[in-house]
Ligand binder design. Structure first.
Ligand code: UDP
Length: 246
């Protein structure tokens, strides 16, 4: 089932259901896109129609973080749990190692994707890494990067260019890469390569990972100023409207 939040459709799936959905589509379907939708993206999309269209064209859209899970609840269309980029990537890599799917890592600073790939190979023996490439190429090199990926014929292409750059790149180039599926995973390679620390489990269980990220990476505060605006938009659209109608 898909639920609509501020104009974007989100799949009401658990992590395991999302992984099974990907497994069901892989190799026997046209190339498909998985989007991990976060509050910053959906807020920006309220003012940028193209971003909303990109979200609508994605084959699977997950609730990336507690902000989206909360907003879906307020809207009256709850989703079962958050399915973040990094958690989904790890579950898919685990499945890839079991099923023999190959993976390609595109994005992050030079060297980071390769380090992340090494870490994944250590953690998931048998994993086939088709290749990796950094994410700081010029716009006129985009086509060449897609061609390089095509030579390696990956099943899963993880794209870590940050949102919405990764969604735009996937939309333009997935068809040229020969990959079965592309998934935007934001800053996941930095975490896998050990460049950025993820919040400890207990903080994640308390649903405060966003706060820990803000404390550890103060440079994000400007971006996270969007969060109260997102919350207010949700309350206005769903709660206040309902009160006014009652
Ligand atoms: N990045 C990139 N190319 C760019 C801009 C960013 O590869 O032109 C990478 C950056 O190095 C980082 C990731 O994209 O690894 C974005 O991480 P961030 O935590 O900002 O993404 P989010 O998860 O919040 O979308």
């Amino acid at each position: 089932m898909r639920v609509n939040l501020l104009g974007a459709d989100i799949d009401a799936l658990t992590m395991e259901e999302t992984v099974e959905r990907v497994a069901g589509l892989i190799r026997n379907y046209r190339p498909f896109r998985v989007m991990t939708l976060n509050p910053e993206y959906i807020y920006q999309a309220q003012f940028d129609r193209e971003l909303l269209d990109l979200a609508r064209r994605a084959d699977i859209v997950t609730a990336d973080g507690e902000g989206i899970v909360w907003a879906c609840r307020v809207a009256g269309y709850p989703v079962p749990e958050r399915v973040t980029g990094i958690d989904l990537m790890l579950r898919l890599v685990e499945k890839a190692a079991l099923c023999g799917w190959s993976v390609y890592l595109l994005g992050a600073a030079p060297g980071v994707a390769a380090e992340a790939a090494d870490r994944l190979c250590r953690d998931y023996p048998g994993l086939k890494v088709a290749g990796s490439y950094h994410g700081f190429f010029q716009e006129d090199e985009e086509g060449r990067v897609a061609q390089e990926i095509k030579k390696t014929k990956p099943d899963l292409l993880f794209v870590a260019l940050g949102a919405p750059k990764q969604e735009i790149w996937i939309d333009r180039h997935l068809g040229k890469t020969g990959a079965s599926a592309a998934i935007g995973v934001g800053g996941s390679f930095d975490v896998l390569a050990g460049r950025v620390q993820r919040a400890p489990h207990w903080v994640r269980r308390l649903r405060l990972e966003w706060l820990a990220r803000l404390v550890r990476q103060p440079s994000r505060w400007r971006r996270q100023l969007v969060l109260p605006l997102f919350a207010w938009t949700v309350i206005k659209r769903y709660k206040l409207k309902r009160i006014a109608q009652d």
